[in-house]
Design a protein around this ligand. Structure first.
Ligand code: GAL
Length: 414
């Protein structure tokens, strides 16, 4: 080979490697792959892509509701110095204890000031994403955890009123049971679905103040009110679908939609699932606060922040700008089933259920979700999931309470 040819070849290699280095990407990590949640994510990508057509979005999703698998993959990436540009994380403990206090995130307080967001988002949410005076994320949404979804036609067929408290729930459940229909569809495949149900039961039975204090470690898990909550949860199990151990949250929603079950208790990403499947609010499915929780709003908020070492930092910052913008919020939330985290957006893209959720958010007692990362550290949330997996089989309330107390003590929460 002549020297000239060799030189040309070397230059080509150099150019090719520069091109691949200069890839203009945005790597977004989430677990939004189910009906509704994926639609919301893609709508958000559309908004971003219209503003930044030259950027290639890498949709780094790991399937599994509530981050069952994604959270572990994210840990591997972050600890292995391979962060995405931005990732889905619940406001509250999951963001602050897992990622901020450990030094993995950049503060974005200046971005908040620049964008005027301090006047656009509710203070309760800002508190959930702040630490020592700095803000670390942008909330994409507000989901309500304590929501009951029901099949309108089934309730009409049996001429039943939708239950508003637990006594009514058990009475209604009995009617469906007599007619061979599981009253409550749940999936317990990933266990968090049971913790999800349990947090609604605790709020209903013991009230929001006790709920907060319990998860702050101020009460022993063995105390009678907790045992009572467990027993009531046990009674609910008498009315669920038999195949729950193999079912996921969205499959459980599918049962409700198809009339194979009457109700499900799930966050309002369920609404995203229903509407993505062409179901119409208040025609095919309806929603009320889960029994006994009227006036209480269990808050779930998905947020995105800026990990240190984000490979495409500028694109990541623009992603956060899009997410916090009116256009971003209103592209995403109507599809996701959530309400916007911003309080100043036009409400015309939202359905009747979302509008009433917005109203409730403004007046209800707000408490953070346990099953969705806000109220307690990850390790305890996982322990609770595991315990729920045992409880749904053993149904021994005292024993579960004792084990939970041991876990809380081992993790230094009590
Ligand atoms: C929650 C999350 C929601 C929804 C749900 C099911 O933890 O906050 O946005 O995705 O999991 O996957």
């Amino acid at each position: 080979m002549s020297r000239r040819v060799l030189l040309c070849a070397l230059m080509l290699i150099l150019v090719a490697s520069t091109v691949s280095f200069a890839q203009n990407q945005l790597i977004i990590f989430s677990w939004w792959t189910a009906g509704g949640e994926e639609d919301g994510l893609f709508a958000l990508y559309d908004v971003y892509q219209a503003q930044h057509p030259d950027v290639e979005i890498v949709n780094a999703t790991v399937a599994g509701g509530a981050g069952t698998n994604a959270k572990a993959v994210l840990k591997t990436r972050m600890l292995g110095n391979d962060p995405p540009d931005s990732f889905q994380v619940h406001g509250g403990s999951e963001l602050i204890d897992t990622w901020v206090k450990t030094g993995y995130m950049e503060p974005i307080t200046d971005l908040w000031k620049e964008e005027g967001w301090f006047d656009a988002f509710p203070q309760d949410l800002i508190d959930m994403i702040s630490y020592e005076g700095e803000v670390y994320a942008v909330p994409a949404n507000i989901h309500r955890s304590n929501a009951l979804y029901y099949n309108v036609k089934l309730f009409e067929k049996y001429d039943i009123e939708v239950p508003t408290n637990l006594d009514e729930f058990f009475a209604v459940a009995e009617v469906f049971k007599e007619n061979g229909i599981p009253a409550l569809a749940i999936g317990s495949r990933n266990l968090w679905e049971v913790s999800h149900l349990f947090e609604s039961v605790i709020a209903a039975v013991a009230g929001p103040e006790f709920y907060n204090e319990l998860f702050q470690g101020k009460h022993p898990w063995t105390e009678p009110r907790v045992v009572e909550c467990l027993k009531i949860l046990g009674r609910v199990f008498d009315y669920i679908n038999a195949d729950h151990p193999t079912v996921t949250w969205d499959q459980a929603c599918g049962y409700v939609l198809q009339g194979q079950a009457a109700m499900t208790i799930m966050g309002d990403w369920a609404k995203g699932y229903f509407t993505a499947n062409d179901a119409e609010p208040n025609v095919d499915f309806g929603s009320v606060p889960s029994p006994g929780t009227e006036g209480i709003f269990i808050v779930v908020t998905d947020t995105f922040g800026l990990p240190k070492g984000a490979p495409n930092r500028d694109n990541a910052i623009n992603w956060l700008r899009t997410l916090g913008s009116v256009e971003g919020q209103n592209g995403f939330n109507p599809k996701k089933g959530s309400i916007p985290a911003r309080i100043d957006v036009p409400t015309d893209p939202y359905d009747v259920i979302a509008l009433s959720t917005m109203e409730d958010f403004g007046k209800d007692v707000l408490i953070p979700s346990v099953a969705h990362g806000s109220a307690v550290i990850d390790a305890f949330a996982s322990a609770l999931n595991d315990e729920m997996g045992l409880y749904i089989v053993e149904r021994d309330a005292e024993k579960s309470a004792e084990r939970l107390e041991m876990q809380a003590q081992d993790l230094g929460l009590r």
